[in-house]
Design a protein around this ligand. Structure first.
Ligand code: SF4
Ligand code: SF4
Length: 287
């Protein structure tokens, strides 16, 4: 059972235009820059600093309670981190792919998948005690992430950073398979007859909508919907857990990332919520 939101003309024109998404992304980018400034120059007490309150309490809670359960990878469609790099790659804010600067190299095959994202998740978890409480460290982490995303955009094609490095993208991608939103094609025959495959050329995530069996690596950016000359892209509401059946091929790296996430949740609960004070002391001494 699916409900295609693009059948509603208002929703369709909202998704087709780049403006609504740009306005939201500009606001998240401004919030991101303000958070970095607050972390660097604001109060050193975590509980009094905007960076800690906004990132680790407000945004983190919204990500887990709203964005992921009701929109799968919806955060990625408005995330500010890939924006500057993507603008350079595209040669403008409203350009589609490939008009700007950058070497456009392919990300090495042996580094594809969720392996590096699992590593990033482990590092953030290991040093969680300091990352989650020190405004300066939070600001430095955010600056490093956006810096790396820009550098990768200038060297590699498409969103290599989002696809392979971003730890947030890794776990939102896993959850997106159970999320209630998907981008799919309406009529496979129309795609088969369309030689140019403009949707694939335009997709910043390197996805071909006709081949999508899982929503793990679709960033819900709507570029395919904007460039499809036949308006053949559907944005479906669907039952939760739709990609989890045997029809979808699941990979070893996804399973590994899932294990890392589960282990991190167990360890964090034991350290920060459990009755073992010495564990907490040890965590703060690591970082
Ligand atoms: S993968 Fe990470 S950096 Fe990319 S859009 Fe998603 S959250 Fe943002
Ligand atoms: S398939 Fe479409 S919505 Fe998904 S990432 Fe690619 S262009 Fe964006």
């Amino acid at each position: 059972m699916r409900l295609d939101l693009t059948r509603n003309p208002r929703v369709f024109s909202l998704l087709k235009s780049r403006w609504p998404q740009f306005i939201i992304r500009a606001a998240t980018l401004a919030g991101f820059v303000f958070t970095i400034l607050a972390g660097l120059f604001g109060s050193v007490v975590g509980s009094h600093n905007f960076a800690i309150i906004f990132v680790w309490i407000a945004w983190w809670t919204a990500l887990k309670l709203i964005f992921i359960p009701f929109g799968g990878r919806s955060w990625c469609s408005i995330c500010p981190i890939p924006m500057p790099g993507e603008w350079l790659q595209n040669g403008g804010i409203f350009q589609s792919r490939g008009h700007g600067i950058g070497l456009g190299k392919q990300w090495p095959k042996f580094l594809q998948g969720n392996w590096l994202q699992a590593g990033g998740f482990l590092i953030v978890g290991l040093f969680g005690a300091v990352t989650l409480t020190s405004p300066k460290v939070t600001a430095i982490v955010l600056l490093s992430i956006i810096g790396l995303a820009i550098i990768m955009s200038l060297i590699f094609e498409r969103r290599s950073f989002c696809n392979t490095i971003c730890p947030i993208g890794g776990f939102t991608g896993l959850y997106a398979q159970a999320g209630p939103v998907e981008v799919r094609v309406k009529d496979a025959k129309i795609c088969a007859d369309h030689n140019e495959k403009t949707c694939y050329t335009a997709c910043p995530w390197g996805q071909y909508p006709l081949a999508l069996k899982s929503s793990a690596n679709c960033g819900l950016c709507m570029e395919c919907l904007r460039v499809c000359p036949s308006d053949n892209i559907a944005v479906n509401l669907r039952p939760w857990g739709s990609d989890l059946g045997p029809k979808t091929k699941h990979r070893l790296d996804e399973a590994f990332l899932g294990l890392v996430m589960m282990a991190s949740a167990i360890v964090d609960s034991a350290v920060f919520l459990g009755p073992w004070g010495q564990l907490k002391t040890a965590a703060y001494s690591i970082g």
